[in-house]
Ligand binder design. Structure first.
Ligand code: ADP
Ligand code: MG
Length: 239
């Protein structure tokens, strides 16, 4: 059973009198515990796909099922609840809240979205902080840590709610090569340990080389089916 099933989805944006066809007739299935990337040049529709899967926007046509839910049918409130229950997000520019510590940034979705009691929050936050090797930085503020550390905090924040699916839009774009590989390795390890599906949008060759399945977008279309990377599955990325 697919975790995500997209059938003939299209997305149009009206810009003044012009309609931009960001996605045209896109069909794909993504299995649970996948490590997948949508790749393509700037403007090819990568972020649009992630936003649709992430219930941040709705397809103009077609059907999109995520975790057995017809996400196009959800209203705003239901979409927010769905995101909180099933999804984690990682962004290019980390999107940490500057006035909160590392610990508090990770705690935020547990309070705001899932209403988890304090003792359980502490236990879960400590566990993900250990997993991303940031336990000794818990009281730091975002401006006191490096870009790679910020992205590790963002990975922890995305995972602390135990989502089935993490959507990462160009997560290595602001990282140097060695740091990028470290973050990719971390995400792959989290996939292996927790069976969390990771979906990337990227044109970073480092991610392209490490995912198991690639979807290539050209002008909003997936002309070819999924491409499977030759590399053996589950092996560590070279650092
Ligand atoms: P990518 O992430 O691959 O760079 P996007 O998904 O952001 O591409 O954009 C795909 C196309 O849709 C582009 O032509 C872009 O300008 C357009 N687009 C994306 N979001 C909007 C929006 N909110 N309003 C109008 N056009 C948009
Ligand atoms: Mg984009």
């Amino acid at each position: 059973m697919a975790l995500i099933s997209a059938k003939n989805i299209s997305k149009d944006y009206a810009v003044g009198d012009v309609v931009v066809q960001a996605l045209q007739n896109v069909t794909f299935d993504i299995a649970p515990a996948s490590f997948v990337a949508f790749i393509g040049p700037s403007g090819s529709g990568k972020s649009t796909i992630l936003n649709l899967i992430g219930c941040l926007d709705k397809p103009s046509a077609g059907t999109l099922t995520v975790a057995d839910t017809d996400v196009a049918a959800l209203d705003r409130k239901e979409s927010a609840a769905f995101r909180g229950r099933h999804l984690g997000f990682i962004f290019q520019d980390f999107n940490l809240i500057p006035v909160l510590t590392v610990y508090e940034n990770i705690e935020y979705p547990l309070i705001m979205v899932q209403n988890v009691p304090e003792a359980e929050r502490r236990e879960r936050i400590c566990r993900v902080l250990e997993a991303v090797d940031m336990a000794d930085q818990a009281d730091k503020y975002p401006q006191q840590i490096s870009g790679g550390q910020k992205q590790r905090v963002a990975v922890a924040r995305a995972l602390v709610t135990n989502p089935a699916l993490v959507l990462a839009d160009e997560p290595t774009a602001n990282l140097d090569s060695q740091t990028a590989y470290a973050v990719i390795n971390l995400m792959k390890r989290m996939r292996d340990e927790r069976q969390t599906t990771f979906i990337f949008s990227t044109h970073d060759q480092k991610i392209v080389g490490e995912v198991e399945v690639l979807y290539r977008l050209v002008d909003g279309r997936l002309d070819n089916g999924p491409e499977t990377n030759e590399k053996p599955k589950g092996g560590p990325a070279h650092a």
